[in-house]
Design a binder for this molecule. Sequence first.
Ligand SMILES: [Zn+2]
Length: 222
Amino acid sequence: MKKFEDWYREIVESKDEILGYPSGVCFCGKEGYHLECQGRILKVKEDRNYIESLPSSLGYSVLKDQTDREFIDAEKIIFEKLNVDASYENYSRDKVLEGAIAYYFPICWIGSSGHLVIKNTHEVVSFGSYIGKSEHIWAYHYGISIASLGKDRKNDFTICKINDEENTIKVLNSFLDAKTLISEIVPRLNNLPLTLNDVDLYFGIQDLLKTKYENWFQYKIS
Ligand SMILES: [Zn+2]
């Protein structure tokens, strides 16, 4: 039992922002250390590691050259747009990420998990805070509209193949209203592919990402 407690303390009572539970409180919210909760803890960690690895799997890494002209220009653009400067809170060039097509600037506040500056166009893409930077970067690269106003967020969403109907419906319910889903969409799920036009996928990002690695169903976004 000692061993399990050691494991538990290390995993759950770490400085981890998600699993950082106080001493003696289990991940399930009850007192103690429960073997039966171990599986759920590991799953949450595994999901989170996967999410955190998304920027690097999309080619993002720490800035190689902080004096690079292209970067300096992008930084100037984001500072002007947000009306901040290099002294803004915890801003540091060491925390900027660079990808092939964009820089990620960790200029965050309540309601924003940062911003991309697109290299070619100098467009600024601001992230919300309902999900973290990694999910936003994935969504942007996957073509999911993440505009700040719902009316500006529109995608065509095609369901290609279903492997797990129950979870598919749950995922669809994260961005479609339940009434439309049950009366109009579910009856058409046995006749694929099915394309839904002008959908706001923003609140489905987390579930769509999960669908990618759980393989509940296959989809295309345009
Ligand atoms: Zn527990």
